[in-house]
Write a protein that binds this ligand. Structure first.
Ligand SMILES: C[S@@+](CC[C@H](N)C(=O)[O-])C[C@H]1O[C@@H](n2cnc3c(N)ncnc32)[C@H](O)[C@@H]1O
Length: 367
């Protein structure tokens, strides 16, 4: 593990958060290596520039969905269901395991035994087992991608078959449903009386930062059924670090990355707090438009919905902080982030750099 590579402190401070232009924190280091631009060549992907504006207006008047949302939905619907025996072949297997470990740390620290969880942008239900192990009683997962939801339901069905043998009788109720969580209110799918102890958004919130109204809808959905004192946890790319990297590039370059990830901006003249788009490619995992989440703006908006920031750390720092706690140390081996036998490999430097893109956070609903 390249744990020595990044040891930045946990900084919450950003400047110019309300202006249309912002600057990254000066205490976040950014490697200066440059990488060539990567062109999008996959002909199977719909072309965002030629896609017609398909805005749907629901009966209740909520609008969905613009071109990028369609592209994101298309992308996640197209992700193949990878057989468990083939997952080890991925170029980013150690990074995947590491990201799952970070999520387990976050879940382990915030789950309420016997509680209820809402997972927005749940994908194929990759966190189901983590929540089950944390002892929650009810889990509801929502995602815009109906194929991902289909896979999630299949995963749950397979898990149920296995768990009836292992731990009979322990209550764990699971529901999955499709919803564009940034265009439509939760009440279109979930009863108003259903209350959550935790709302989780893993690697999905940044898609809401296309504009303020989508970010607001996300926050409305996060908080509408969250209990007083309940937690909102998540993981997102670290905009501060990304912008540092972008600014460190030579004048005409807009892309950086390594052999397993690439980030390509369309411009770097203006740095809007919403809708600052970049194209993100991660080997075997992601290839679609994303938006920077200017954290201070997010924090301020979250405060309007009664959320107070309790925790924010870069993944590398989560590792440094949690790796020596016995439970999480053991989990590093169980989840194959570190292999018992060094011959089975270790996380590459490229994977460690890519994992350093992300931050984990936790808010509490205080009002
Ligand atoms: C990187 S995946 C993460 C999946 C899962 N949370 C995990 O950690 O494995 C991002 C997910 O966000 C979902 N997503 C993106 N935009 C969404 C929206 N508007 N409403 C609901 N889900 C959305 C995608 O379909 C995708 O499944």
């Amino acid at each position: 593990m390249y744990s020595h590579t990044y040891t930045n402190s946990d900084s919450h401070s950003h400047r110019n958060e309300d202006s249309s232009s912002w600057h990254p924190d000066s205490n976040t280091s950014a490697p200066t290596t440059t990488y060539s631009k990567r062109k999008r060549t996959d002909p199977a992907l719909p072309d965002a520039t030629t896609h017609s504006k398909r805005q749907k207006v629901s009966r209740s008047g909520y609008r969905s969905t613009n071109d990028d949302t369609i592209l994101v939905q298309y992308h996640y619907n197209s992700r193949p269901k990878v057989d468990i025996s083939k997952r080890g072949e991925s170029k980013i297997i150690f990074m995947r395991n590491f990201n799952n470990w970070v999520k387990s740390v976050l879940i382990g620290r915030h789950a309420v035994r016997g509680g209820t969880v809402l997972d927005l942008g749940c994908g194929k239900g990759g966190d189901l087992l983590k929540w089950k192990k944390a002892g929650i009683a009810r889990y509801i997962g929502l995602d815009i991608a109906e194929v991902a939801i289909k896979h999630a339901k299949e995963r749950w069905r397979d898990m149920k078959v296995r768990s009836t043998i292992k731990n009979k009788g322990r209550k764990f109720v699971v529901e999955f449903n499709t919803l564009d969580c940034f265009s439509f209110p939760l009440s279109t799918k979930i009863s108003r009386t259903c209350e959550f102890d935790v709302v989780s958004m893993q690697f999905s919130l940044h898609y809401a930062f296309e504009n303020k109204s989508r970010a607001r809808m996300a926050l409305r959905n996060i908080t509408s059924n969250l209990k007083q004192g309940g937690k909102f946890i998540g993981t997102i790319p670290d905009a501060n670090w990304i912008v540092k990297r972008l600014k460190a590039l030579p004048k005409d370059e807009l892309a950086f990355g390594n052999e397993i990830y690439n980030i390509r901006f369309e411009q770097k003249e203006t740095f809007p707090t919403f809708g600052h788009k970049y194209w993100f490619w991660l080997a075997d995992a992601v290839d679609c438009p994303e938006y920077l989440v200017h954290f201070r703006t997010f924090e301020r908006l979250a405060a309007e919905y009664g959320l107070e920031l309790k925790y924010k750390k870069r993944f590398h720092d989560v590792y440094n902080e949690a790796k020596d706690e016995q439970t999480f140390r053991e989990l590093l081996y169980v989840m194959k982030v570190i292999r018992e036998n060094p011959d089975d490999g270790e996380m590459s430097e490229a994977e460690w750099e890519a994992a350093g893109l992300y931050i984990a956070f936790a808010f509490e609903k205080v009002r």
